[in-house]
Design a binder for this molecule. Structure first.
Ligand code: PMP
Length: 395
């Protein structure tokens, strides 16, 4: 007997919040919890280019036989171009398709376990909670580096660099490539450069988690930090997600890239990545990866995808500006101006857990307990309601 020995696992806070929201009978309720993009009507649309590619694929695809352990190499090549552009020689970079960005992160940690199982993985305080949960589950050592200054809701860069002084050779430093989740507060490009210098000096490896390319300052701009790190460091790992920027969450589309110092090492790197896919789930999912490859390889589809992604990005930026303005008026202060400076789908607004609870109970506005709110959960009509609730509750 085995199953009767199991004990309940800790519940995922964000998924629990989704259930609370669903059960709230108020028709004025607002969901700022889970991290999916929503348009002004609260719908998560299928992007036009995805629909068009799916139609083409349905007509042209002649087999559903296995692809390759790495996934279709054309997907890896397209992702290298999207994320790295020509910052480095692509021959130095191995790539595998993975089930979502989460799969890529998991495989990066598996690689760490294979290469240096006693090394420490450094994560920002705070970070996406699933980073911590997977590390714990895998039994890898984890340390946090200072990141977010709760008083100003900006990055405390001096504190970050001070804590990274303790990084040891062979450790892994996990950085968010853009649009930091959960805070929305990001390093400047110069600061990324200084972090790269430190990682180089320590002999550690960077893992860049890039899950929101195109949601912050633009498709190219959001990859600038990853590209800078790639030019400065001999080796690095990149876990890229296509869930948000292609809107294909449930298709589970991601890519792990591993850059070696020289191209001579790539066959072994690539072979190891393929091996890790084989051990964990064998062939990775293909449908989403194929759609992404088709879009990135077709000028018309790509132009339409980029145009729609830009609409999404500008929509969120507009909501940020509106929210910062409303908060300015309703609180008679500039203390929430950071909302307009933050980038990506989230902002941590610095409310206490009690205040978050009050906002939920009194106003039916659902944000995560750490006061992370999903900007895309708002629209022009609900921004003033949120600003009113925050002004009333957060003293
Ligand atoms: N990294 C970060 C920082 C994220 O926010 C997410 C999605 N919530 C992911 C990775 C992975 O997303 P997915 O597995 O859905 O592609």
């Amino acid at each position: 007997m085995m199953l009767n020995t199991l004990t309940p696992q800790p519940e995922d806070k964000i998924l629990a919040l989704m259930a609370l929201y669903r059960d709230d009978p108020r028709d004025t309720k607002i969901d700022l919890g889970v991290g999916v993009y929503k348009d002004a009507t609260g719908h998560t649309p299928i992007m036009r280019a995805i629909k068009a590619a799916e139609k083409q694929l349905w007509e042209a695809e002649t087999t559903k036989s296995y692809t390759a352990l790495s996934g279709d190499p054309a997907f890896g090549a397209a992702m290298k171009t999207m994320v790295l552009a020509d910052s480095v020689d692509h021959a130095r970079v191995g790539a595998i398709a993975t089930p979502g960005g989460t799969g890529a992160i998991r495989q990066a940690f598996e690689l760490m376990k294979l290469a240096n199982r006693h090394g420490t993985v450094w994560t920002s305080n705070p970070t996406w909670p699933n980073h911590l949960s997977i590390l714990k589950f895998m039994g890898l050592a984890n340390k946090e580096y200072a990141y977010f200054d709760a008083a100003t809701c900006t990055v405390d860069f001096d504190a970050m660099m001070a804590s990274l002084k303790d990084v040891k050779a062979g450790d892994m430093v996990l950085l968010h490539g853009c649009c930091h989740n959960p805070t929305g507060a990001n390093l400047t490009l110069d600061q990324y450069g200084l972090v790269a210098d430190l990682i180089l000096e320590k002999g550690a490896i960077a893992l860049v988690d890039i899950a929101y390319q195109g949601f912050g300052d633009g498709l190219e701009e959001d990859a600038a930090a990853t590209r800078l790190l790639a030019t400065k460091l001999p080796e690095m790992l990149i876990a890229a997600s296509c869930s948000k920027n292609f809107g294909i969450y449930r298709e589970r589309t991601g890519c792990l890239m591993a850059m070696s110092e020289t191209a001579d090492n790539t066959p072994v790197t690539q072979g190891t990545l393929n091996f890790l896919n084989r051990q964990n789930y064998s062939f990775p999912p293909d449908h989403g990866a194929r759609l992404v490859t088709m879009i990135l390889g077709d000028a018309t589809l790509k132009a339409d995808w980029m145009a729609e992604l830009e609409e999404v990005r500008l929509g969120m930026l507009g909501l940020r500006t509106q929210l910062a303005d409303e908060l300015r008026q309703q609180t008679n202060s500039d203390r929430f101006d950071f909302v307009a400076q933050h980038r990506g789908m989230f902002s941590r607004i610095g409310a206490s857990p009690e205040e978050v609870l009050k906002i939920r109970e009194e106003f039916g506005i659902y944000m995560v307990g750490d006061s992370r709110l999903n900007i895309a959960g708002l629209n022009a009509q609900t921004v003033p309601l949120l600003a009113h609730a925050v002004a009333k509750i957060c003293r």
